[in-house]
Design a protein around this ligand. Structure first.
Ligand SMILES: Nc1ncnc2c1ncn2[C@@H]1O[C@H](COP(=O)(O)OP(=O)(O)OP(=O)(O)O)[C@@H](O)[C@H]1O
Ligand SMILES: [Mg+2]
Length: 358
């Protein structure tokens, strides 16, 4: 474990994200920023802050009509009958089902806008992963336009994250941002408003859930749901062992007897289950550092690595990375909202941030 130097302490202060007031929609605003994530979608409205934070999921009836989205659809997930299906339109950080992604965005935008003004969104800033292809980028743009936006601007997620973390991306100083999301892990070294080096691997928290499901099936012959795996990860998930660890109970279907059963899961089980994904994230960080020009590497040594995204909430992930590479690692104050807050700041000051737009 490293002890903190004054420089690190200072950097930690810089990490504090600027909280904006998330008031009721008293005044109409037509400029929005969206973080369309694999697991969660967030919307920031100019002058209002974060006005929507919901799971990226839609529930459809047998005719394909949207019957619910976000939290409401998430409650239906894995509990539907044949006339209702739930769809998660993003995979690995990119749109996998255009039509449904568009429907979902439309509903979400409609929710945050006064319905009668719905068609009047002027600018829409939308974040995209670094590793996105030109075709995928076009799909995001089209979906946003079809969802009602007149002008669409794309911003790289890691750049938005860096701004959301309070880092001055315009300075000639190296900043390293690691965003572990639900479907992607994005790493970028940023200096002078640009990405010097970036890496994007299409794995994240959702892969960890899948690994927990298959581990429990393999080791205990118990079939658990995605939701149960997520709950286990939240309750006892960790990247490194800690003192006084607690076990948890989970329920599933015994694959031998076929009946429901309760099982005790240990933190060690979870660490073993998710080790492949956690190690892949660590390897990506190491590889990025190997590809960093020495001058910027020296800045990162002083400032440390900034960790964000929901995966940053996995207990001990900062310690694991920090001990493996012998560099300070700081976790964002609000890892789940950093990207949209940064995108919102870029939207607020878009003249100033022209150079970071794609
Ligand atoms: N306390 C926690 N411990 C471990 N993982 C967590 C915790 N809280 C959230 N997560 C995980 O974070 C992930 C969601 O993070 P986030 O909202 O940043 O992803 P996203 O932006 O939707 O995805 P992406 O950026 O990859 O497209 C989920 O997989 C969730 O399980
Ligand atoms: Mg994300």
């Amino acid at each position: 474990m490293h002890t903190e130097t004054p420089v690190e302490e200072k950097t930690k202060k810089q990490v504090k994200t600027k909280r904006k007031k998330t008031g009721f929609f008293g005044s109409l605003n037509t400029d929005l920023a969206i973080d369309l994530g694999t697991t969660n979608t967030l919307i920031y409205a100019l002058g209002q802050g974060v006005v929507l934070n919901e799971p990226t999921i839609v529930a459809l009836d047998s005719k394909g009509n949207t019957i619910a989205f976000g939290h409401e659809a998430q409650l239906m997930h894995e509990k539907t009958h044949k006339k209702i299906r739930t769809v998660r339109p993003l995979k690995g950080g990119v749109i996998a089902d255009f039509e449904i992604a568009e429907k979902m965005m439309r509903e979400m935008i409609r929710k945050v806008m006064d319905r009668k003004w719905f068609s009047s969104i002027k600018r829409l800033f939308i974040t995209v992963p670094n590793g996105i292809t030109a075709v995928e980028r076009m799909a995001v743009r089209d979906s946003a336009e079809n969802a009602g936006a007149k002008e669409v601007f794309l911003v790289e997620e890691t750049v938005a994250a860096a701004v959301g973390l309070g880092l001055d991306v315009k300075e000639p100083v190296g900043n390293m941002v690691v965003d572990i999301g639900g479907g992607t892990t994005e790493i970028a070294i940023i200096s002078l408003s640009g990405i010097v080096y970036s890496q994007s691997i299409r794995i994240g928290g959702e892969q960890m859930n899948e690994e927990i499901v298959s581990y429990v099936r393999r080791k205990y012959n118990l079939l658990i749901s995605e939701r149960a795996a997520e709950k286990i990860k939240h309750e006892i998930g960790s990247a490194v062992p800690a003192e006084n660890e607690k076990e948890t109970l989970t329920k599933g279907r015994n694959l031998v007897s076929g009946v429901p059963k309760t099982l005790t899961i240990t933190p060690r089980d979870v660490r073993e289950a998710i080790s492949e994904t956690v190690n892949a994230c660590l390897d990506a960080v190491t590889k990025s550092l190997e590809n960093t020009p020495p001058e910027l590497g020296a800045d990162i040594l002083d400032r440390g690595i900034m960790l964000t995204g929901g995966g940053a909430l996995l207990k001990g992930i900062d310690r694991l990375i920090s001990e493996a590479i012998d560099l300070p690692v700081h976790i964002a104050d609000n890892p789940l909202t950093t990207v949209v807050e940064g995108a919102g700041e870029i939207l607020d000051k878009h003249e100033e941030y022209q150079s970071v737009l794609i």
